[in-house]
Write a protein that binds this ligand. Structure first.
Ligand code: PBE
Length: 302
């Protein structure tokens, strides 16, 4: 699917003009024309969100507090699938929409989208995905600990698994990736002592990015002889489970911003093995045909 960048074909042209090339406060002078509906009004001052437990939802709430021009705005709770349906519907009719978005994600390949500039840096610049393990993992499961410590891949690797998983299961997509990237997988396994069916609990979150990474790690740990379970939970529960030892490890924390508050809360009770991926991103995302570029182009609700 490819969407042509035109200005407000179905959404009023007046609305686009109000915001076109505006810096701060521009709508003030144009209020006289009652016909004009700004993008902010058309959106009913609402950002389309995802699952209430997502780190992104917290960040978006923070943005609503930090940006004065977002006074009176709200973020709607939904699900990732619900948000994607709303995004698709808006794009089909070229209407405005603002969603909580992130990379890696196929929506950027499917639609023509852009991140709104974030001058206050609420959503951070680059996000990383880290590996965390429970405190006594190194002593109890040295092989798994060492493999997890070595686990590191690129956004393109994760995207490959996510792309394949659109037609096959994540299990199969992860296996295929591992088979096509033997060299990398061998490095993660090299010299490690195999185990004999020991149970291993990987705690994850429900998003496709984490389905991809968790299934690749599961596959490799299984090659080393572990019996691996993946349990997807809300981000806060993931940190909690590693902190209290109910789960063994997670490759799902997004840092420094997305899961910052959860991380801060549990950091003394977990072992952080550092990044397993660098170059993710989170932010407010809009279709490219929308005539706004920055969060600061939005108007407060009067
Ligand atoms: N996400 C995808 C998650 C983490 C991975 C950005 C939607 C979140 O907690 O917001």
């Amino acid at each position: 699917m490819k969407y042509v960048k035109t200005i407000g074909a179905t959404f009023g042209v007046a609305a686009s003009l109000v915001l076109a090339g505006c810096g701060d406060n521009t709508s003030q002078g144009t209020k006289s024309n009652e016909e004009q509906v700004s993008i902010s009004q058309a959106l009913d001052y609402t950002i389309t969100g995802i699952e209430p437990g997502a780190g992104m939802m917290q960040l978006t709430e923070m943005a609503l507090n930090e940006y004065e021009n977002l006074k009176g705005w709200k973020v709607s709770e939904s699900s990732t699938a619900g948000m994607l349906t709303m995004l698709d519907k808006a794009i089909q009719s070229e209407e405005p929409i603002i969603v909580t978005g992130w990379n890696p994600h196929w929506k950027f390949a499917t639609y023509d989208l852009k991140y709104l500039e974030d001058p206050k840096g609420t959503f951070g610049e680059v996000e990383n995905i880290n590996t965390i393990v429970r405190k006594d993992l190194k002593e109890e499961h040295p092989t798994a600990y060492e493999m997890l410590d070595r686990f590191y891949w690129e956004p393109e690797d994760m995207e490959q698994v996510m792309l394949d998983a659109q037609t096959v299961t994540f299990e199969e997509a992860a296996k295929k990736w591992a088979e096509q990237n033997q060299e990398k997988v061998n490095e993660w396994m090299e010299g490690l002592q195999s185990v004999n069916g020991e149970k291993f609990e990987l705690v994850s979150t429900p998003w496709e990015t984490e389905e991809a990474s968790s299934h690749v790690v599961k596959f490799v740990l299984e090659q080393l002889g572990y019996d691996v379970t993946i349990t997807p939970v809300d981000p806060i529960i993931m940190f909690q489970a590693i902190a209290n030892g109910e789960g063994d490890a997670s490759v799902a924390p997004w840092l420094p911003e997305t899961h910052r508050s959860f991380y801060e809360q549990y950091k003394d009770d977990i072992i952080d093995l550092g990044e397993n991926l660098v170059g993710a991103k989170v932010g407010l995302v809009v279709p490219s045909y929308m005539d706004i570029d920055s969060i600061e182009d939005l108007e407060p609700k009067e």
